[in-house]
Design a protein. Structure first.
Length: 130
């Protein structure tokens, strides 16, 4: 888990990235930082909840993979929406799925992982414009 937390002044630019694969986590964090966002990372759902609990005032968006240690993405999403319903969650997955797949527990957005990170960046920007 990365310990660099978002600063209170960065709330509108602060992202929690939950990704089990270190090389993907590092790449995504670097790309998002280049876009001007402050990024805190972890590889586990249970760590993600602890980070949100500690930094809920600073966080603005959560991006999570579907599979990671601790809690799966569905359980993580349900716990986030139960405690912090205003906190947007993006599922970022390599699986070819649609939002319909998730039914009542759908995330706020779904991005299929791609070597081209344009769609992920565009999706993130939409949340910061609202």
């Amino acid at each position: 888990m990365e310990t660099k937390n978002c600063k209170p002044a960065d709330k509108k630019k602060c992202i929690l990235l939950v990704e089990s694969e270190e090389h993907i986590r590092t790449l995504l964090a670097e790309e998002l930082r280049e876009e001007g966002y402050s990024v805190t990372t972890t590889d586990s759902g249970s760590d993600a909840l602890a980070i949100i609990e500690t930094n809920q005032q600073e966080l603005y968006l959560v991006i999570t993979d579907l599979k990671h240690p601790g809690l799966d993405a569905r359980t993580l999403l349900l716990k986030i929406k139960d405690r912090w319903p205003e906190l947007p969650v993006i599922f970022n997955t390599a699986y070819n799925v649609s939002l319909d797949t998730f039914e009542a527990w759908a995330p706020d957005a779904l991005v299929i992982k791609d070597a081209d990170l344009t769609y992920l960046k565009e999706t993130v920007k939409k949340f910061f414009k609202s």
